[in-house]
Design a protein around this ligand. Structure first.
Ligand SMILES: [Zn+2]
Length: 227
């Protein structure tokens, strides 16, 4: 029985390896030569979507992302599953596949890790920490009702907490505008919300201009620069 089982297992592994190489080639090609048959080149890999529990195909895409990132030194951004263990699991897969975690953004932390100790534990892993749901003031988070979705002032408090804990070089902020009602044309805050409304509130809450400049200018610039 053993030899047959081993052969079968090798066959599966070979098939998986082939799929991984194909995925990696697609990602590398879209950065070096252009996406979707055009000559428009991608500047980042992402947002790589993950669910919880993670599926086998998602894990393979993460491994291909790590391989492409290793070859090109490009920035990567990840959409974690809706569970506080998901960002840890994702970073572990990327690390094992050889990715540079310092070039990786973990997005949507505002709805994912809501405990201080766990957030600090995650921050130690070295990725960028993104609070990117500014402007989303929801009583019910339809995708995950057990999460108490924070409001903007709570997001500011999380940013301040991480700044005070020494993670100012890892922070990023964004709006994640993905529906019409978020645009000013349809009554939303629009793309100027952070600059117009959030930054003044951050200053009121004692976050210094130097820390704000890191989040809005220096950190994005460093992340987006190919190594
Ligand atoms: Zn996302």
């Amino acid at each position: 029985m053993w030899p047959r089982l081993i052969r079968l297992k090798r066959g599966v592994l070979l098939w998986r390896r082939f799929g991984l190489l194909q995925l990696t080639d697609i990602l590398v090609n879209e950065i070096l030569h252009g996406a979707d048959g055009t000559d428009i080149k991608c500047g980042v890999i992402g947002e790589i979507g993950c669910s919880w529990p993670m599926t086998e195909s998602e894990q393979k895409v993460l491994q291909a992302t790590a391989e492409a990132q290793t070859q090109l030194g490009c920035p990567v951004i990840i959409h974690p599953g809706r569970n506080s263990d998901s960002p840890f699991h994702i970073i572990r897969i990327l690390q094992e596949a050889g990715a540079d975690i310092s070039k990786t953004v973990m997005s949507h932390l505002d709805r994912t890790i809501l405990e201080r100790d766990k957030l600090l534990e995650f921050a130690k892993l070295g990725s960028y920490l993104e609070y990117d749901l500014f402007g989303m003031e929801l009583l019910n988070y339809a995708f995950c009702p057990v999460v108490d979705m924070p409001c903007d002032i709570e997001r500011i408090n999380w940013v301040r907490f991480l700044t005070d804990e020494g993670y100012g070089d890892n922070l990023l902020m964004a709006h994640d505008i993905h529906t019409k009602n978020r645009l000013t044309k349809y009554g939303g805050h629009g793309f100027s919300h952070i600059l117009t409304n959030i930054v003044p509130k951050m200053k009121q809450r004692g976050i210094p201009q130097s820390a704000i400049d890191k989040i809005l200018v220096e950190n994005p610039k460093r992340w987006l620069t190919f190594k």
